[in-house]
Design a protein. Sequence first.
Length: 254
Amino acid sequence: MVKKFSIALGCNEMLCLDNILNSDVGYVVINLYDIIGAHSTDMAKEFALNILAKYANPIVVYNNHGIWKKIPVDINVNPEKVGGTGYIPSHIDCVNATNPPDYVAFYCEREDPLGGGISILSNFLKAALEMQKEHQLELSQTFLREGAFFNLSNIGREYNPFPIIQYADNGTIKWVRYTGKRHDIESEVNMEILSEFKRLVEKNTKRIMLRTGSMLIVNQHIVGHGRMALGKGQNEINIDMRRCLWQMFYRSRY
């Protein structure tokens, strides 16, 4: 059972949280240390469990991790993988599931002491909406295949390959299922339209440094996330001094 933390968000933080519903923004960064008044990972994580109570509930996705998944840095991991040291392009998590998590959060227990790991935030929805309707429809018929699917919960079944744009029943865009990670294209594709979309994604991309004690929350219906490479020389840093994040997912109440 999730415990309720006793400290409430102030007006400024609540206004800031509303940005996760704003299609022009789609994410929020909050300094939890400032809010709870203590430099404690356990306290920050406990508080974070309920920080989106107005909008969503935490869910377990990775069965072998529970609510929180720890993401330390391992120099022996493929640099392009989670926990590696390299560049990770923008994507949505669980892109190959029928019902990906609505929100993903990253709590930064420790930032990269070598100054790397800048977060990449790409507004996929805004990029799609800036395209002509005919080009959007083309992307709804462009199917990608990426990633494995096993030992997962609360995200439906495997959906691989998947369309880049998925429409809701009312005709609005429900998901922009794009990933800059290595993927296969499993349909005929207009490369000019795909290149246009990639250009608009880059145009609508921001980069921020997630600092120690801060939490990044991303609305996956709007924004894809990634990460620049960590600073060079990770092998010269003790593992307990390297960057460390904690990841959590939420399901919308609406």
